[in-house]
Design a protein around this ligand. Structure first.
Ligand code: CU
Length: 486
């Protein structure tokens, strides 16, 4: 059966499957048994009914804003409210409109209300951080984390941030983008004396702005060692249209030579890439429900590298920059946005296309990780290196004559080598709820500045996020392919 034939029969059978789901959550049986390609374990316990269309997506039906929520399509005429989901609100009830931000793999900085002031304690310190399973790096951050924990506050708050310096050298914290009294700006020399090792400094200011801001050391070498964190200020009333999810991601680069754990903060090139302090595939996926409106806030805090961040399968609207919200008339539709050093970029989209979608920096050098220039004998895959492993003195010469005809092609080999993972590493990758049911080798395609946005119908979302069971690898993906192909 060719692909188009498979799809035609799927569309016919999809109606049956959809009815089965509507009729009270009975098991959805794939009627594609003939070729068996789309049968899936996930279909066996579809327990909750879902407002989502269970089948037969058709872009022609997404001409309207209503149709757009659950399937890709135009959403309405150019410039209309529904146009590519521009003003389609989230699924959450309007009275629950403010949604806290979610920074995967990072914590939030706790606070205590003291005489009407939100008081935070930020501790500058050396941090050990597992960038990838088995790769524990040493960098500098705050409160045991690199990047530091997220500060979340509201417009109109007065905040007091007590910065404790546990570093062996002077420090100060700058509140990036805030319009505040000059003595609170955190620039050593210019606005304050640096905080000595073991010392502390109290910053206090009023928040009248809203948007995506951040804090960072204002000593460049400390910045390149990782010292940054988000500082999000919510408006008093949620921006419209309201979102259901509000994710925050910090992109960073480090140069950490092979067999080292300490970044070279003077390097001009980078081989370790992190999002919220983890390298793909250890970056935790952003999981959303089908039909939700999703906001993603990006911050590039790499020393010198810019990141064109691209999302697959969706078109987003660029709704915010470092200075806050952009008026809807000026939003830009795109699927990639260049985020320069110390810039924030915010975009929103309707998650109307179920599946596991890659989101990543598009610079090829940032789509790999812990790269080395390998000039040893292992490049020649046919060469026996057992002697070399026993004694480095027996290093075999690189023979220029070779048997592999591939070597007649200039540039060969270019594929990534040496990314094999240990059992323990694989366990760490798979033991997260957020990756349950993804394809068995999804991690082969997720490296460096890459993560995955998972758009799941309600029943699959609940099973992945709220379930207790280990979902068979590929089961959720296969089920989505079965239900949502056109
Ligand atoms: Cu990049």
């Amino acid at each position: 059966m060719d692909k188009s034939e498979t799809r035609r029969s799927f569309l016919r059978s999809g109606t049956v499957a959809g009815l089965g789901l509507m009729a009270g959550g009975a098991s959805v049986q794939s009627t594609l048994g003939a070729d068996g390609a789309h049968t899936s374990a996930a279909s066996a316990d579809t327990k909750t009914s879902s407002p989502n269309p269970a089948s037969s997506p058709n872009p022609d039906q997404a001409q309207s804003a209503e149709g757009y929520r659950y399937q890709p399509g135009p959403g309405g005429p150019l410039g209309s409210a529904g146009d590519r989901g521009r003003l389609i609100p989230g699924r959450r009830a309007p009275d629950r409109s403010l949604v806290p931000v979610q920074a995967p793999d990072l914590t939030k900085l706790p606070w205590e209300m003291k005489n009407g002031v939100k008081e935070f304690h930020l501790r500058a310190m050396q941090v050990r951080r597992e960038f990838l399973p088995g790769y524990e790096m040493v960098a500098w951050g705050y409160n045991g984390s690199v990047p530091g924990p997220t500060i979340e506050a509201n417009q109109g708050d007065r905040v007091r941030i007590v910065v404790h310096n546990d570093l062996p050298e002077p420090h100060s914290v700058h509140w990036h983008g805030f319009e505040l009294p000059v003595a609170e700006d955190g620039v050593p020399g210019v606005t304050q004396d640096p905080i000595p090792p073991g010392g502390k400094y109290v910053y206090e200011f009023h928040l009248h702005q809203t948007g995506t801001y951040f804090y960072h050391s204002h000593i460049p070498m400390q910045e390149s060692f990782g010292m940054v964190g988000f500082f999000i200020v919510h408006p008093k009333k949620a921006w419209e249209p309201v979102v259901d999810r509000d994710f925050c991601l910090i992109f960073q680069n480090f140069m950490i030579p092979p067999n080292q754990t300490i970044p070279d903060s003077m390097a001009m090139d980078w081989n370790w890439h992190t999002i919220n302090g983890r390298s793909g595939p250890y970056t935790t996926p952003l999981v959303c429900r089908h039909g939700e409106r999703v906001r993603i806030r990006l911050l590039d805090f790499s020393p010198m590298q810019h990141h064109p961040v691209h999302i697959h399968g969706h078109t987003f609207w660029l709704t915010g920059a470092g200075g806050g919200r952009i008026p809807p008339e000026a939003w830009v539709p795109a699927n990639i946005t260049l985020t320069a050093v110390a810039q924030a970029r915010v975009f929103e989209f309707v998650a109307n296309n179920p599946g596991d979608w890659l989101m990543h920096c598009h610079m090829v050098h940032h789509m790999m990780n812990h790269m080395v220039r390998q000039v040893g004998p292992r490049v020649r895959s046919y060469q026996d290196v057992s002697e070399f492993i026993q004694s480095p003195d027996n290093r075999p010469p690189v023979r220029l004559a070779h048997a592999d005809p591939g070597f007649n092609v200039p540039g060969y080999p270019q594929k990534m080598q040496g990314m094999e993972m240990t059992e323990a590493a694989m366990e760490k990758l798979w033991n997260r709820r957020e990756v349950q049911g993804m394809r068995h080798n999804w991690h082969m395609g997720v490296h460096g500045l890459m993560t995955v946005v998972r758009v799941l119908p309600d029943d699959l979302y609940d099973r992945v996020i709220h379930g207790q069971e280990t979902i068979p690898r590929g089961a959720v993906f296969d089920e989505i392919v079965r239900r949502f192909s056109w």
